[in-house]
Each structure stands twice: as structure tokens, then as C-alpha cells.
Ligand binder design. Structure first.
Ligand SMILES: O=C(O)CCC(=O)C(=O)O
Ligand SMILES: [Fe+2]
Length: 359
């Protein structure tokens, strides 16, 4: 697959309207999800911590813009961000996604804990992931997911959209609500759109708690996902792996089986929770911890995200915000690790810097 991305800034006025793009195909028109007032917060895995509902607001509600500008999560309704993708069934994608290769992950469990392949090479052989990546053409993935049976490894496709995709996908892509999302990017002073990751997975799959270094508009296409977010103020409650570790940005904790002795700060976490349904867009602020569960009995879960780089830093104001401290800690940790040139020396180095002095 060519690795150049689909141009994220189409000439908006030349786009086909969502309706004309849709009417070209022999599939039922996408129906808007039924309007819902309160999110159902009881679904999904039982968790040990309290949660509050992430506000669900109309995408034009000024309060939604306020939350985004404050880097607080919000579910946006009726944005029509990816309405043109509502017909992306497996059969449709099989015909239209093109001849490229897709990254498909296979997990021994229901958890898909991402790992950095480059860091894994540097880290040596003592790292077992329980997760395997295979690159395959889309029809092969469809066969696997359709013929999946209990006892098989679980499957999750996670692939950035590239310009190797077929013409109809490009048309749908150009029909996304770029007017709105480009305006969000501008008004929040974000950097460039780096990628649109397409997720297609089985119900029950879990992306364990981690944070990303990008702003994210996370759009749901099919199935339902329970998204649980925690603010960067809780950075140390999740005990992230060291930055040089293949699981960098991932929490070491298992929310299904919490070890409060090893990770005592975990006992006081409080989540922000939303269930996203087709048509919903969840804003996941940069550096917010998040766990994403594809809910049982909601069918194949398809999502597409819009990842944006942070904007320029601007004037520093004190006290620093939690996410700025996280960024600082990452940089210092990276510097120490690089300077020592041996990750095994990092722990004793940090300990002699802190123990009995700052502890
Ligand atoms: O949908 C998922 O399973 C994970 C999504 C995610 O972590 C992201 O978009 O940053
Ligand atoms: Fe993420």
C-alpha cells in the first residue's frame, strides 16, 4: 500500500454531498442513530471505580466548543463528521478498500495492548506481548472475522487510511464534514492532521488503558464502544511503562484485575465514561488516559479517528498544567535514557537522584 495519506484537506466545495456519494451504491441509506437523552452507563465490564458521564452535546452547542477548548472530553452528536462512512459494511469495504495490506492484530486474550515495534527490537527477547500483527488484504480479514469461533485468537484491524484505497472510499472520505473539523482544528490552534486510523474489531475486544500524544476526534461507524477516560492529573495513578519500553504510553495496571498493593494510587481513580454509537464523535483530549471496550451484542465495531498534533506551545503560564508536566517528564526520561545508552541503568540512576534526597 502506498504510504502517502489521503489528502486530509480536500477542496471542500468540490466535494460530493454525502447523499450523492451514498446513492451511488446498492446499500440501504445510512439511518441516523435514534436520539438518546441519557447514555446507558451500565453496559460493559464491571469496574471498581466510580464514573461520571461525559457530556453528550449537539456539535453546534457552544458548551461543546467550550469543553474542547478546555481540553475536556465531550460526545458530539449530529456532527455528520463521517456520515458518508455509515455504509462501510464488511461487504462494501471488501469491494472498495483496494488491494493494499492492512494491519490485523491477533490477541491471546480480549485485550489488545499496543506495543512499539521499534522499541521491542531494542528491548530484547524478554518481552512477551501476547499480541501478534499480520499484514493481509482486506478480504482475508473478512474471511477470518466471519469464520471466527470460540477458542480462536481475537481479531482487531487497525490501519491508517492511505491513498491506496479505492475510488468510492476516497469519495466518502472527501464527504466527511471537513468544514466543521477544519474549523475545530483552527479555533483550538491544533497542529496538522496526522492520520485517520480505521478500527474494525469484534465485540468484546478491549484496547487497554493508555494515552496518546495527539488530540483525537473519535468517530463511531458501527457497533458500540464504552470509552472510559481519566485526566492527565491521574498520570501516576496508572503507573505507565517507562518511555523506552515497548509498551510506552500504556498503563501497567489491569483494570479487570487490579493489584492495589503494587499500584496503590489506582484505588482512588474516577473515570469519565461514554458509550459511543454510530454517528457519535468523542473528543479524546491529548494525554487523557483512555480504555475502549467494544460492547458485547453490538455487532462488529467500526471506528475512525482523527489524530491532530498539538499546536505551538505559546506563552508558558504557571502553575503548569498536568499534561505539560507529563510532556516534561517524558522528555527528561528520554534524555536520561539516551544519555545512559543502556536502559538497565535507568532505574538505579533515577533512584540515586531521588531516594533520600527528594523522597
Ligand atoms: O477504538 C479503540 O479500540 C482504540 C481507539 C484509541 O485508543 C484511539 O483512537 O486513540
Ligand atoms: Fe488511543
Amino acid at each position: 500500500m502506498a504510504d502517502k495519506k489521503v489528502n486530509p484537506k480536500p477542496k471542500v466545495n468540490e466535494n460530493p454531498t454525502p447523499m450523492s456519494a451514498k446513492s451511488e451504491r446498492n446499500e440501504p441509506a445510512a439511518s441516523q442513530p435514534p436520539k438518546r437523552i441519557e447514555p446507558a452507563l451500565t453496559a460493559g465490564r464491571k469496574r471498581f471505580f466510580p464514573t461520571e458521564a461525559i457530556p453528550r452535546l449537539h456539535y453546534n452547542d457552544p458548551k461543546a466548543n467550550e469543553l474542547i477548548s478546555q481540553e475536556r472530553p465531550v460526545v458530539l452528536t449530529e456532527s455528520n463528521l463521517v456520515t458518508t462512512a455509515m455504509g462501510w459494511s464488511l461487504d462494501f469495504l471488501k469491494i472498495n478498500l483496494g488491494e493494499g495490506y492492512f494491519s490485523v492484530y491477533f490477541s491471546d486474550t480480549d485485550k489488545f495492548r499496543y506495543f512499539d515495534e521499534k522499541k521491542r527490537k531494542d528491548f530484547g527477547d524478554d518481552f512477551l506481548v501476547g499480541l501478534e500483527r499480520k499484514d493481509m488484504k482486506f478480504p482475508e480479514f473478512v474471511e477470518l472475522i466471519r469464520n471466527w469461533k470460540e477458542g480462536d485468537k481475537r481479531i482487531y484491524l487497525q490501519q491508517a487510511l492511505t491513498d491506496g484505497v479505492g475510488k468510492r472510499i476516497v469519495i466518502d472520505f472527501l464527504g466527511f464534514n471537513w468544514n466543521w473539523i477544519n474549523d475545530q482544528q483552527k479555533r483550538n490552534n491544533w497542529g496538522q492532521l496526522t492520520s485517520n486510523l480505521l478500527f474494525i474489531g469484534q465485540e468484546g475486544n478491549i484496547t487497554p488503558v493508555h494515552y496518546d500524544e495527539q488530540q483525537n476526534f473519535f468517530a463511531q461507524i458501527s457497533g458500540k464502544k464504552k470509552c472510559t477516560l481519566f485526566p492527565p492529573e491521574n498520570f501516576d495513578s496508572f503507573y505507565p511503562y517507562p518511555v523506552h519500553h515497548p509498551h510506552d504510553r500504556q498503563s501497567q495496571v489491569d483494570l479487570d484485575n487490579p493489584d492495589f498493593e503494587k499500584f496503590p494510587k489506582l484505588s482512588s481513580i474516577k473515570g469519565h465514561e461514554a458509550i459511543v454509537e454510530p454517528g457519535d464523535v468523542l473528543y479524546i483530549p491529548m494525554y487523557w488516559w483512555h480504555e475502549i471496550e467494544s460492547l458485547a451484542d453490538s455487532g462488529i465495531a467500526t471506528s475512525i479517528n482523527f489524530w491532530y498534533k498539538a499546536g505551538p506551545t505559546g506563552k508558558i503560564e504557571y502553575p503548569l498544567k498536568a499534561h505539560q508536566k507529563v510532556a516534561m517528564m517524558r522528555n527528561i526520561e528520554k534524555m536520561i535514557t539516551e544519555a545512559l545508552n543502556n536502559y538497565e541503568e535507568v532505574t538505579p540512576f533515577m533512584q540515586s537522584m531521588v531516594l533520600g534526597r527528594y523522597s
